[in-house]
Design a protein around this ligand. Sequence first.
Ligand code: ISL
Ligand code: CA
Length: 557
Amino acid sequence: MNYKWWKEQVVYQIYPRSFFDANGDGIGDLKGIISKLNYLNLLGIDTLWISPHFDSPNDDNGYDIRDYKKVMEEFGTMEDFDSLLEECHKKSIRLVIDLVVNHTSDEHNWFTESRSSKNNSYRDFYIWKKGKGINPPNNWTSFFGGSAWEKTNETSEYYLHYFSKKQPDLNWDNDKVRESVYELMTFWLNKGIDGFRMDVIPFISKDQRFFNMSKEELKTPEQFYAKGPKLNTYLKEMNRKVLSKYDIFSVGEAFGISSEKMMTISDERQQELDLVLLFDIIRIGRDDWYQGQWKLTQLKKLFKIQSNTDQFHWPTVFLNNHDNPRSVSKYGNEKKYRVKSAKLLALLTLTQRGTPFLYQGEEIGMTNFHFDNIDEFNDLQVKGSLQKVLKNKINKEEYLKHLNLSSRDHSRTLMQWKNQPQGGFSKNENAWFFVNPNYSEINVEDNLKDPESVFNFYRKIILIRKKSKELIYANYKDLDPEHSQIFCYKRLGQKQTYLVILNFSSDYVKYKIPFFNSKYHLIISNNSDKILHIKSNFIELEPWDALMFKTSNKYEN
Ligand code: ISL
Ligand code: CA
């Protein structure tokens, strides 16, 4: 195995807008993150990934960048960024920033120049096409509703935007665009950052024929957009010209790429990116805003595919991020068994094979928020999809029901620090977004005081990982793929073997542990008052029980 620090780290993602408001204007900021670094140290994470902190009109909450070398005003100043980076390094936390270079904001000066006239020197920084009569150049669609083409008055041509019309796609076939991106990456790397998370990076290369998508392709445009002909060429160039010059790591958000079709982008022999964030698990049962049913056997199969990479790939493991609902609401049991199921999901995330990515609030078992109507959502994707929903004769109640299961906004409610107004996120009672009223019983302060809290369970498992490279690099084997309620797997190391048993149900289950023997001893469980009765390998599992055992290989049969 090729040992690398970024394979051994635990990453924690912060959505700055919702993390902590230090200056009382109701919006999270960089000073707020700095004030919570001791908390992150206590949790034991190694690397911090912050969602975009750059100057932005916030059409898509920072994923629409207006100036790559300026800090978003609401978040603070470049001095604040520099002190965040310095404080992180003082606390041996690595800082990774979000690189959004598939598109910019339409208020970026490159775009305001480009749109002004056909012979402007920035014209080819973006993708402009003539329409077809009164129609756009082709039938490509935006993820935020409607066509992926927007017509402008200045030149009566259309520009391409996979996301909102305020997020025009950059033309990566233009050398000047690539050089400009490499230059801005170098600007931040020379400050000493430790890597990049690359937003929708598989989309940067466009098929220059711009043919219409077929009906089938239109169902999952992300798979079509992720197949551009020059993606690997550009990533190899980026690695050669920039990434390879620093001791950093790069993780590509591989929206549109399924685990089976693991691209070369994270194959270490290809010298492109180090890691990818794949979406099969996090979007299980999903079709756009629709959240359908899914079975544990399907989830286990996806983990098996994800973890069984060859020695040239290294997986990532995550059940939460700023674009998805809260894991305890989606995979766990947010009502009666919230704490237990949150701990079960922690054990799953932190003992699977691959680098775990945690998201703010999951470490205290934060849940989805209940939205009463469509106007309460902040996410532009919700309004963007509404037209299509109504056109497909789906009523608003049905749409709202699914949004309450699938919306990105569930993970953007205010971080819950205390049992105080605004959950202790801000002194300002008019914060930018909702706080979940359950902050009274779900908050950091109470978690820190309770030895049996979700937070302390995360902290203990992270500590177990830190002490055992065995666990990190061990092979993965699903011991019971067909069981409908129990997720049982082994991590086979050089000298130690770990066995994990998760009861993904609210039932009592009498379970015969496969390949078990008396030499296994319990190292952590989410049921502290459980007296272990294991007779001839049968164990009585209570609802949402999660246990990890360990043995030395000399006892392994
Ligand atoms: O809902 C989605 C697509 O239908 C999300 O999965 C998301 O749009 C997709 O994963 C791409 O996400 C990234 O790029 C977007 C931004 O809105 C997301 O926040 C970011 O994570 C455009 O920059
Ligand atoms: Ca603020």
